[in-house]
Ligand binder design. Structure first.
Ligand code: UD1
Ligand code: MG
Length: 430
């Protein structure tokens, strides 16, 4: 099937109360608009995004991640409203699917259901106990007659519980005739896209209602909606990964980014947060650890560890209160309380409790490179740039500032002194 998609994203989104454009607000690590774009790309290669408010900011964001998307600027001053948004939009296929940029929960399957069939127009409708805020859909004999916006409804229309979810699949030729003919003679003095329904019905065209799930088609208008949408998406993401073999303890307490992936047998304990495009392979992530766009393979991490972006852990054991940033660890043990940043550490090396790579001199970041079988004693500071060759032992409490020979012991301690009976002189005899 070839169908074009138009995503309406020109609205201001005032109810978000934010300087960030509504459609750029993120759900599970990805902006709402990108969720909609991904669903659109799954069914079409001719996609147009309509923009107006903060258009260049949104356009720039899209161009960072997507190719071959068409942009259309709405003339919102002269033609406000969803119908105004469609003015001047050209699409390539005989059918056009119009959807809203603030619907992050759409799935490919639902869009395909809307796009299929022979009707002149398919439109998404939802049955709601509380229809407030939506356009009401008048249906007779299973065919849509008209959509009436809430502000234009009479009392009988207001009580209609069948509402417009805001997605339409329309014969492109009809759109090309109807959009220029829209007027703004309504309560909001806007150009309503919804008016094309009546135009089609008046010409004897068929408009088929496609009943859809509220959960998937609810638009996000406020921070509250955003939080609910995230909950729904999180549930979906976790169910999918559990079906794929990931074990989760108390899944309700776990967060997983929509871009994260798992392979092999992975275990996630409660309170774990997997952020960004993390890639986890056959690993055990323990309670309350935070993984940020990291690659973790055949390793165990946590509890309460933080693995930050551009880290690669393989065959390693990372314990509690260890922070790792932009580092590569192969076959390493770092059991407790350490900061490892801008480092590479090789097989068999052990990082003691309290070890810190001093990677920042206040101006620049520097690298630490640690070879195989290096034993870094507790509470050592490794002042970067620094290279430690294989088979080196660093004594506890050492500040390492220069490299050492393979096989050596490194220690920088002032000799220990004891002053006899000092305690009693100072505090007196107890
Ligand atoms: C619209 C429908 C309503 C439906 C509801 C479903 C119309 C007239 N009404 O109402 O029947 O129940 O969606 O959520 O279409 N947009 C633009 N340019 C504009 C105005 C809006 O691009 O000038 C975009 C918005 O960015 C948004 C979408 O169109 O993505 C819907 O706009 P919104 O203001 O939320 O429409 P509603 O008034 O909720
Ligand atoms: Mg509105």
């Amino acid at each position: 099937m070839s169908i074009s998609v138009v995503i309406l994203a020109a609205g201001q989104g005032t109810r978000m109360k934010s300087s960030t454009p509504k459609v750029l607000h993120e759900i599970s690590g990805k902006s709402m608009l990108f969720h909609a774009l991904d669903a659109a790309q799954a069914i079409s290669s001719d996609i147009t995004v309509v923009l107006y408010h903060q258009a260049s900011r949104i356009e720039k964001e899209i161009l960072k991640h997507y190719q071959d998307i068409h942009f259309h600027r709405q003339d919102a001053l002269h033609f406000p409203g969803t119908g105004g948004a469609m003015k001047g939009v050209q699409t390539q296929n005989t059918r056009t699917l119009i959807l809203n940029g603030d619907m992050p929960l759409l799935t490919k399957d639902s869009l395909l259901a809307l796009a299929s069939g022979e009707a002149d127009i398919n439109m998404s409708v939802i049955k709601l106990d509380n229809p407030i805020g939506y356009g009401r859909v008048m249906i007779q004999d299973g065919k849509v007659q008209e959509i009436v916006e809430q502000k234009d409804c009479n009392d009988a229309q207001l009580s209609t519980q069948t509402v417009n979810a805001g997605i339409y699949a329309v014969q492109t030729a009809l759109l090309q005739r109807y959009i220029p003919a829209l007027d703004n003679h309504n309560a909001q003095s806007e150009y309503y896209l919804t008016d094309i329904i009546k135009m089609a019905v008046d010409e004897g065209k068929t408009v088929t209602p496609i009943y859809v799930a509220e959960e998937e088609f609810k638009g996000v208008n406020s921070k509250l909606d955003l939080a609910y949408a995230e909950e729904i998406l999180q549930r979906r993401i976790k169910i999918a990964w559990m079906k794929a073999g990931v074990s989760m303890r108390l899944p309700e307490t776990i967060y997983i980014d929509s871009r994260a992936t798992f392979e092999g047998e992975c275990i996630l304990e409660n309170g774990v947060s997997i952020q960004g495009a993390s890639r986890i392979i056959t690993s055990h992530i323990k309670t309350h650890s935070v993984i940020e766009s990291a690659h973790i393979e055949n390793s165990d991490v946590g509890p309460m560890a933080r693995i930050r972006p551009q880290s690669l852990l393989k065959d390693s054991h990372i314990g509690n209160f260890v922070e790792i940033k932009k580092s590569t660890l192969h076959g390493v043990k770092a059991g407790h309380l350490a900061y490892i940043g801008d480092a590479s550490i090789d097989e068999g090396s052990n990082i003691g409790a309290g070890v810190i790579t001093c990677n920042y001199d206040g101006k620049n970041k520097h690298k630490t490179s640690i070879g195989k079988n290096v034993f870094v004693g507790s509470d050592s500071q490794l002042v970067a740039p620094l290279t430690i060759p294989d088979d080196v032992m660093i004594a506890a409490g050492t500040t390492v500032t220069k490299t050492a020979e393979k096989g050596s012991l490194v220690l920088s301690r002032s000799p220990q002194k004891s002053i006899k009976n000092f305690f009693y002189r100072f505090f007196g005899k107890q």
